[in-house]
Each structure stands twice: as structure tokens, then as C-alpha cells.
Design a protein around this ligand. Structure first.
Ligand code: URA
Length: 202
């Protein structure tokens, strides 16, 4: 059994917080264990809780549409969430739930070892860009310890606010550029490259 599958089993049986009492299914995440790109959303919604799979409702449909813009399918990336169980009534995740669940996400990142981590929405962004505002940093990349972090709006936000649709599409379209730059830059860890990546700012 692969480390990721084993981890998924542990997550499915997790009882670390009270969300376990209300869930139908935990949603560990899915995709390629060798993915270069890892997307991190917020929390499972109703559809995800029913199926035990991430981003399978309307926001997931839009995420798939966004992926198709860069010629990718969900099986080629890894898709996870900050918290693995649905908060009742789709309420926002609580700080202690995020903290408790964080170890699962950290293990996933360790195993997948992606080149780029794309945060979807405020809760995911807050883990990697604390104190930042999504309105300011969406579409910008930052490299730390060999990993590129890239912040995007949550696909569900674009479903509620039509004006965000084009913004989120434009942000998605920058990802191949960022990866190409990373691959073609042997010394990409150096400071000037970090600054260059930050210049993608909208
Ligand atoms: N929204 C999320 O943040 N994650 C999902 O899996 C589905 C919707």
C-alpha cells in the first residue's frame, strides 16, 4: 500500500475532532501521488461529504473547467482541503479544527512533495500566507524552501460572484508560466527569481 493510500485510510477513520461525529465520509483528497501541482481548498461540502471525494459539486465542476484551461485533468494534480470533514451546515471551519487537521495536510504535502501549492480561498491561503488578503495576493507566487506557493480565489467564490470568473481564469492561466520558469531556472532558489515570480502580480 502506498504511503498516500495508507494516509487516506487514517484520515477516513480520524476521530481527532467533533466533526467526525457529523460527517458521512471524510474526504482525504485525491489525484496523483507524483503531482507537480497540489490544490488546497477549504473543506468538503455536501456533495463531497456524500462521496468522500474532494471538489465533486458545482465548485468542483468549475475547478475542472479551470484545469482544462491549462490542459490538465484532475487526475494529473492532487486536490485536498484544509479540513477533511464537512462542517455542519457548511459553516466556516473553526480555528481548532484547522489546527487539528493540519497534521494530515502536512503529511500529504510531505508525501506528494509538489513543486507548486495552489491555495484556493481564504482559509487555505491563511495557512501559507498568514496576515495576507486574498484580494491583494491572488495571482501572485512566492517561493519558499524550494516550493512555490500560489494564491487563488476559491472556485465557489466565482460561482457566487460572476465578476471573479475572469480573474480566477486569468490566475489559473499563469500556472504553466510559473512552472516553466521554475523548470528552466537551475538556480531558481535564489532571491532574484523569487522577486521575478512576485512580479506576476495583477
Ligand atoms: N469546496 C472546498 O473547499 N472543497 C471541496 O472539496 C469542495 C468545495
Amino acid at each position: 500500500m502506498s504511503a498516500l493510500i495508507e494516509l487516506g485510510e487514517q484520515i477516513r477513520h480520524c476521530q481527532k475532532c467533533e466533526l467526525a461525529r457529523y460527517r458521512n465520509r471524510a474526504v482525504p483528497g485525491e489525484g496523483s501521488e507524483n503531482a507537480d501541482i497540489m490544490f488546497i481548498g477549504e473543506a468538503p461540502g455536501w456533495h463531497e461529504d456524500q462521496q468522500g471525494r474532494p471538489f465533486v459539486g458545482p465548485a468542483g465542476k468549475f475547478l475542472e473547467e479551470l484545469l482544462s484551461l491549462i490542459d490538465m485533468k484532475r487526475q494529473q494534480v492532487y486536490i485536498a482541503n484544509v479540513i477533511k470533514c464537512r462542517p455542519q451546515g457548511n459553516r466556516d471551519p473553526l480555528p481548532h479544527e484547522i489546527l487539528t487537521c493540519r497534521l494530515w495536510l502536512e503529511r500529504q504535502i510531505e508525501i506528494i512533495n509538489p513543486q507548486i501549492i495552489v491555495t484556493l480561498g481564504r482559509y487555505s491561503m491563511a495557512l501559507f500566507f498568514p496576515q495576507k488578503s486574498i484580494g491583494k495576493i491572488h495571482g501572485t507566487a512566492e517561493k519558499r524552501d524550494g516550493v512555490i506557493y500560489y494564491a487563488m480565489y476559491h472556485p465557489a467564490a466565482a460561482l457566487h460572484q460572476q465578476s471573479l470568473r475572469e480573474t480566477i481564469k486569468a490566475d489559473m492561466l499563469r500556472i504553466p508560466q510559473i512552472i516553466a520558469q521554475l523548470k528552466n531556472t537551475p538556480e531558481a532558489d535564489k532571491e532574484p527569481e523569487i522577486r521575478q515570480l512576485n512580479m506576476f502580480e495583477v
